[in-house]
Design a protein around this ligand. Structure first.
Ligand code: ATP
Ligand code: MG
Length: 245
């Protein structure tokens, strides 16, 4: 197969220029960072801008928050997720293993029928959703929750390879959100994905500072600098060039 050289704009102001134009079409990028570092916001901004400004249908797979919470959380940025859904530009796949229905926690066994299957079911569901709306972008939030369900890491690697191949075959440029902490072993998705973006959220004097770093991006000339990142009512934005104090 001929490799695509088409670049997909990220929707994060300041990021495309450090990636020689954006992500490579059809490739999968891991987005990793500690709690509250902006992973979900980054993922949703990538999808929202793609659907709204570039007219590319998108799929969001949630394994953590409910679709209702997600729609609500992003209202403060003025992002009307429901409108994108109504216009057929966004699909949210609710892949949470446990769902709260009228006060009860219910096990959803449509997706979780034993150790080898969650990746397969989810990949099938993702592919049919991509076909349904002609999606060009996808976010899985988070891959960590999916991978946790396997005791045997071989199944994670195999399942992940299959998912990434299916996404690439459909030219669907994807972000896998990965929950990281410095103490953990390097997760499998870091090796399998074509790129890794790290979000840091660190104390600097008496305030917290957000930064972004491109750790790897196969086949792309990219900056290796760590860039300050701003989170405001307009969403995420990269600040550069870095001004050293
Ligand atoms: N308008 C805003 N201005 C500044 N900071 C904001 C704004 N909106 C949200 N935040 C901050 O962003 C954080 C949420 O970011 P987000 O949910 O994207 O992080 P995350 O990395 O997905 O976290 P988690 O690992 O818990 O899922 C909030 O906890 C809040 O601190
Ligand atoms: Mg999140």
């Amino acid at each position: 197969m001929i490799e695509s050289s088409i670049k997909v704009r990220t929707g994060i102001p300041g990021l495309d220029s450090i990636l020689s134009g954006g992500f490579r079409e059809g490739k999968t990028i891991v987005l990793s960072g500690p709690p509250g570092s902006g992973k979900t916001t980054f993922g949703m901004q990538y999808l929202y801008v793609g659907a709204k400004d570039f007219d590319e249908p998108v799929v969001y797979v949630t394994l953590a928050e409910s679709p209702r919470e997600i729609k609500n959380d992003f209202k403060m940025y003025g992002w009307d997720i429901q409108k994108l859904i109504d216009d057929g530009k966004m699909l949210i796949i609710d892949a949470r293993p446990f769902k709260m229905e009228e006060g009860f926690v219910e096990l959803d066994d449509s997706l979780y029928r034993g150790e080898t299957l969650p990746f397969m079911h989810l990949t099938q569901l993702i592919v049919s959703s991509i076909k349904r709306i002609g999606a060009k972008r996808l976010v899985v939030d988070s891959l960590t929750v999916l991978a946790m369900q396997y005791a045997n890491k071989f199944y994670v690697r195999q399942g992940l390879q299959g998912m990434l191949q299916a996404l690439e075959d459909r030219h669907c440029t994807s972000i896998l959100i990965s929950e990281s902490s410095a103490a953990e072993k390097i997760p499998i998705e870091w090796y399998v994905a074509s790129g890794i973006i790290l979000l840091h959220h660190l104390q600097r004097e008496n305030a917290m500072e957000r930064t972004l770093q491109v750790l790897k991006m196969r086949g792309v000339r990219h900056s290796e600098q760590i860039y300050p990142m701003k989170l405001s009512d307009a969403g995420l934005q990269l600040v550069h060039p870095r001004l050293t104090p």
